[in-house]
Structures are given as structure tokens and as C-alpha cells.
Design a protein around this ligand. Structure first.
Ligand code: NAP
Length: 432
């Protein structure tokens, strides 16, 4: 028998557990650990609440969690309650699937002013992440700036622009829905430091913006190269650029504007006691396709700034870490220690990208310790004993089902669930 610990219950963790289960069958026990009592990581706390079809992938993860060789062990913080070294003593291999929850910093003056927040914080707030339940983003001004030209920037801009009715069917948490409903933000400016041909926004996500009830996207066609220049672009990007161009033809006149400002690099954030404006430098593309400042600057008013410029992984004691992720060679960090997903590759790719990633690492493990071979590790039994000695109360998959049932029962009409946002609420459902 082999024992494997997968640390993190987001997509990367679940695909890896699925792959290990397939590779070993009854020859392995796989424990998926999470610091929260509830599973699914990015699916629960990252994917936009109005993108329920993307969240449906958790049904597949349910099947993995329900399979005989896999257990969910929640409410256990690796590096807090138990160390990686201790897990390596208890398990044949440890796979870090801890994602990339920390916002990258812009590294410009004024970034720490009140009113400047990272997309991870904002997304966590509207998705019911317990760490950000009290974020209280400032929505009483009129102008928000979102920095970045990726899909997370689009999520943030769209959520800021939707009406209450447009959140029907979503699982946005009640506190965020009420705050957004009362928001006085009327303009959201999206700052891309390069041009329309360099966006990291995908067509489906851009396309949604043309159909918002109260907001209309705006572009300046002067930012675009001649239309013939779109021809050699990779098809997905070409589609995105075509959609962006089409925004120029949309009738204006809705109460809210979503302004795409390209070749616009923030150089300073200013305000008396809180953010009031972003000073932006006009850029042009350099020979390598990077953003080169032209020296021309201008101001964009901002009562709220959300930076959506990527994420980094949380470091873990004694695990080599560089450039925002664990140092690894094709997923292998060191003997019996691996990384998958964003903790391995950095914060890129879709949910599905994590599947081949997890399967590849599972294959490596299976070739290092073939199915049928056995080790001398104790696995979950030893872990639970250690946790009990430390006063940690782990949750299991049945506990999660109880929490889920209560969240579903608490849902407002039309919504799939009303999430609990505080750990003590989760635990009180379990009578603990
Ligand atoms: P991303 O796709 O890497 O985009 C980050 C953006 O930030 C880029 O436009 C980048 O510009 C910009 N940026 C980076 N550093 C900057 C700086 N110092 N100043 C100004 N701009 C800066 O990252 P993401 O939006 O966080 O998304 C992460 C991953 O999740 C992506 O693969 C994304 O597609 C995926 N995702 C998918 C969905 C969906 O499918 N619905 C939703 C959300 C996220 P440069 O290109 O110039 O570096």
C-alpha cells in the first residue's frame, strides 16, 4: 500500500488525486488536504460567481472525493498545523497543489494607499473567501481603475458593472451583492500596459461585455493597428481583437462605462489619505514586444484601484521557492516532494490545463514507486493522531456535504447557494 498527500483541494489537487487513483487503484490511499474545512479552492473562491458553468467541474471532483481510495481532510494548514517534513515522514509522496493566492505588486509609489486592492482580495470578497470577508472595498466613489489586460481584470470590471438582476443565478455572496447594488461607481477604466494585440483576454469573456444591462464597453480605435494586421494573429487572440474592435460600434448612453485604455502603464498612485487618481504613462511597443514608456503622462481619476496583474504562491518553510512558485523540475521539487498547478507553473492557463499537469506528475510518481510496490508509511492514521495531539479538528467529505446542504438550503431564490464566509460558521454547522 502507498500513501499520498495532496496539499490543496483546487483543480490541480483534484486532477492529481484522480490520476493517482487511476494509476494505483486499490494499491494507494490518497488524502487531499485543505486549510479550509471546505474543498475546491479556486473553483469556490476564484472562479467568478456569474460563471456557474465553469464551477460545474466540481461535480467531477465530487466523484474523485467519493471514490474508495480518496479522502478529503479539511481544516488542516500545512506549514501551520503540520509541516511538509512531517508529511514526508507519514506519506510516500507529498504533492503541493497550493495554487497562487497572493496578489503580485505593481511596485509603484502610492500602491499602499487605502482604496488600492489586489484582484485576489476583491475576488475573494465577492466569492466569500473568509480572509477577505471584511475587505469592504470602497464603492462610494464614481471611478474605478482595474490594472491588467487579462481575464481576471475582466472578471473584476464585469462584477463592478453588473446590476442586481444580472447576478440572478450566481452564487455571489450576499454581502457583496448588497454592496455592489449600492455602488456609485459609474466608470471602470481597464489599463493595459500594452496594446489590443497583446491582451490576455479570451473571446468568450470579452463577448459578455457587449451585452451588459447597464454598462457599455468603450475602445479608442486609434489604439489599434490597421485591421489587416489582425490576420496573422493566433485565432483565439484574433477573435478577442475583433470583439474589442466591435466595441467601437456599440451605441453609448448606458449609465455605466467600461473604458479600455491601452498602451497605459501606471507609474504612480496619488491621493490625500486615500486613492484619488492613477498617474499613467503612455507606452509603445519596444523591439521585444514589451511596454516602453514614452515619457507622456496623464491622470485617470480613481476612487478604487484593483490590480489584476497576476498572483504568486505562498512560500512553505524549507521548500525551495523562486519567482512566485516552488522551484521544480517538471513538477519534481525533491525526493518524494512534487508541485502541480499554479504552485508548479505559475498563474497561467485555464482550469483544464491542470489536468495534464496533474496526470504528468502522477505518472512520474507511479514510475518512481510502481503500483504493487509497498512502502512503510502510515498515512492518514498517523496524520490524524498528530492532529489530535495538536488540538486540530479536521473535516472530512461528509462534513463538507453537510455544510454544502446548509449552504444550498440558505440560498436566496434562484441562487445555487449562499456561502458561509466565516470558518466558525462552517464549524457550527458541524456542531463543533
Ligand atoms: P494574466 O492572464 O497573466 O494577465 C495579467 C495581465 O496583467 C496582463 O495583461 C499583463 O500584461 C498585466 N500586467 C502584469 N504586470 C503588470 C504591471 N506591472 N503593470 C501593468 N500590467 C501588468 O493573469 P490573470 O488575468 O490573473 O489570469 C490568470 C489566469 O487565469 C490566466 O490564464 C487567465 O486566462 C485565467 N482565467 C481565466 C478565466 C476564464 O476562463 N473565465 C477567468 C479568470 C482567469 P503583460 O501582458 O504586458 O505582461
Amino acid at each position: 500500500m502507498r500513501h499520498f498527500a495532496v496539499v490543496g483541494s483546487g483543480p490541480a489537487g483534484f486532477y492529481t488525486a484522480e490520476a493517482l487513483e487511476k494509476a494505483y487503484g486499490e494499491q494507494a490511499r490518497i488524502d487531499i488536504l485543505d486549510r479550509y474545512p471546505v474543498p475546491y479552492g479556486l473553483i469556490r473562491f476564484g472562479v467568478a460567481p456569474d460563471h456557474q458553468s465553469l464551477k460545474a467541474v466540481s461535480k467531477r471532483y465530487d466523484k474523485v472525493a467519493e471514490s474508495a481510495g480518496v479522502d478529503f481532510i479539511g481544516n488542516v494548514s500545512v506549514d501551520g498545523d503540520v509541516s511538509v517534513a512531517e508529511l514526508l515522514d507519514l506519506y510516500d509522496a507529498v504533492i503541493l497543489a497550493t495554487g497562487a493566492p497572493h496578489d503580485r505588486k505593481l511596485g509603484i509609489p502610492g500602491e499602499d494607499l487605502p482604496g488600492v486592492i489586489g484582484s485576489g482580495e476583491f475576488v475573494g470578497w465577492y466569492n466569500g473567501h473568509p480572509e477577505f470577508a471584511d475587505l469592504d472595498p470602497f464603492l462610494n466613489g464614481t471611478h474605478a481603475v482595474v490594472v491588467g489586460a487579462g481575464n481576471v481584470a475582466l472578471d473584476c470590471a464585469r462584477i463592478l458593472s453588473k446590476t442586481r438582476v444580472e447576478f440572478e443565478g450566481s452564487d455571489i455572496v450576499g454581502h457583496a451583492l448588497d454592496a455592489l447594488d449600492n455602488s456609485s461607481i459609474r466608470t471602470v477604466t481597464i489599463l493595459g500596459r500594452r496594446g489590443p494585440h497583446q491582451v490576455a483576454m479570451t473571446p468568450k469573456e470579452l463577448g459578455e461585455l457587449g451585452h451588459l444591462e447597464a454598462a457599455v464597453p468603450e475602445v479608442d480605435l486609434a489604439d489599434f493597428p490597421p485591421v489587416e494586421a489582425d490576420e496573422p494573429l493566433e485565432p483565439g487572440l484574433r477573435k478577442s481583437v475583433t470583439i474589442l474592435r466591435s466595441f467601437a460600434d456599440l451605441p453609448q448612453g448606458k449609465p455605466k462605462r467600461m473604458v479600455f485604455d491601452f498602451f497605459a502603464k501606471p507609474v504612480r498612485i496619488e491621493g490625500e489619505g486615500r486613492v484619488e487618481r492613477v498617474v499613467v504613462e503612455r507606452t509603445e511597443l519596444d523591439e521585444q514586444g514589451g511596454a516602453r514608456g514614452t515619457g507622456d503622462t496623464y491622470e485617470v481619476p480613481a476612487s478604487l484601484v484593483i490590480t489584476a496583474i497576476g498572483y504568486s504562491t505562498s512560500p512553505i518553510a524549507d521548500v525551495p521557492f523562486e519567482g512566485g512558485k516552488f522551484v521544480n523540475d517538471a513538477g519534481r521539487i525533491s525526493d518524494r516532494l512534487y508541485a502541480v498547478g499554479w504552485a508548479r507553473r505559475g498563474p497561467t492557463g485555464t482550469i483544464g490545463t491542470n489536468r495534464p499537469d496533474g496526470y504528468e506528475v502522477a505518472e512520474q510518481i507511479a514510475s518512481a514507486m510502481p503500483a504493487g510496490s509497498s512502502g512503510d508509511k502510515e498515512g492518514a492514521e498517523g496524520l490524524k493522531r498528530l492532529l489530535t495531539n495538536r488540538g486540530v479538528m479536521p473535516t472530512d467529505y461528509d462534513d463538507w456535504r453537510k455544510i454544502e446542504e446548509t449552504e444550498v438550503a440558505n440560498a436566496r431564490p434562484g441562487s445555487p447557494r449562499e456561502k458561509f464566509v466565516r470558518p466558525h460558521e462552517w464549524m457550527s454547522v458541524l456542531g463543533r
